[in-house]
Design a protein around this ligand. Structure first.
Ligand code: PGA
Length: 255
């Protein structure tokens, strides 16, 4: 039985004060008491320490980072390493988000280097994949997903694969208000799971948690997350408001 995982990707938003206020409001909404869903807050680097501080001993809410570099340390101005993230008590790291792929030229090969280094450092990657609208219209969804998955997660042991979270985020659904239908999302998730079985083995395929991302809101969260292969959500826009994010976390508990 896979535990659902719901993550708040704040992107380039939230000052330290806003981040503390958000966490306090989220805890007030009883999210800190929920143990059957894993919750991850993914602030910009500058608010990570504040989020950890505000969370106090809320055991089931973890902190994530939005990116990292694969080198251990050294002359890489502007970059952040896995060890520096661990130093801030970060558990998860989002890698290969479509905004990084399109705006910052990240390829599957780059994502793969980062994913491997994250595992070495005992950080859990949330590896993002997803097709563009053009690729969908041309009927290439499965081809693209298989390529991104095999490329981004190449060379991982079954154990590391099982500790990787995959986020399926159709590019056309990110920040557009246009969500994949539950059927479209389930179809893609089932294909991703089948590919993971082929890449490793059946047990691994069954273990990996696959989040859906792309315009997830309180109104559509329950139906999406009740699909058999959808194990949670990576939430952008709706995660900036503690009320909506709490509703999405709670929707993950309903079947
Ligand atoms: P969105 O973003 O919820 O605003 O569509 C999702 C994401 O980019 O992770």
């Amino acid at each position: 039985m896979r535990k659902k995982i719901v993550a708040a990707n704040w992107k380039m938003n939230m000052t330290q004060a806003e981040a503390s206020r958000f966490v306090e409001a989220l805890l007030l909404r009883d999210v800190g008491e929920i143990t059957d869903v894993e919750v991850v807050i993914v602030p910009p680097f500058t608010a990570i320490a504040k989020v950890t501080e505000a969370l106090g001993n809320a055991q089931n809410i973890k902190v994530g980072a939005q990116n990292m570099y694969w080198e251990k340390n050294g002359p890489f101005t502007g970059e952040i390493s896995a060890a520096l993230l661990r130093d801030l008590f970060v558990h998860y790291v989002v890698l290969g988000h479509s905004e990084r792929r399109t705006l910052f030229g990240e390829t599957d090969e780059i994502v793969n280097r980062k994913v491997r280094v994250a595992h070495e450092a005992k950080l859990r990657p949330i590896a993002c994949i997803g097709e563009t609208l053009e690729q969908r219209d041309r009927g290439n969804v499965e081809k693209i997903l298989a390529m991104q998955l095999r490329g981004s997660l190449a060379g991982l042991t079954p154990k590391d694969l099982q500790e990787t979270v995959v986020a399926y985020e159709p590019v056309w659904a990110i920040g557009t208000g246009r969500t994949a239908t539950p059927e479209q999302a389930q179809e893609a998730h089932a294909f991703i799971r089948k590919t993971l079985r082929e890449m490793a083995d059946d047990t691994t395929g069954e273990h990996v948690r696959i989040q859906y991302g792309g315009s997830v809101k309180p109104e559509n969260a329950r139906e999406l997350m009740s699909q058999p292969d959808i194990d949670g959500a990576l939430v952008g826009g709706a995660s900036l408001d503690p009320r909506s994010f709490a509703q999405i976390v709670k929707a993950a508990r309903e079947r």
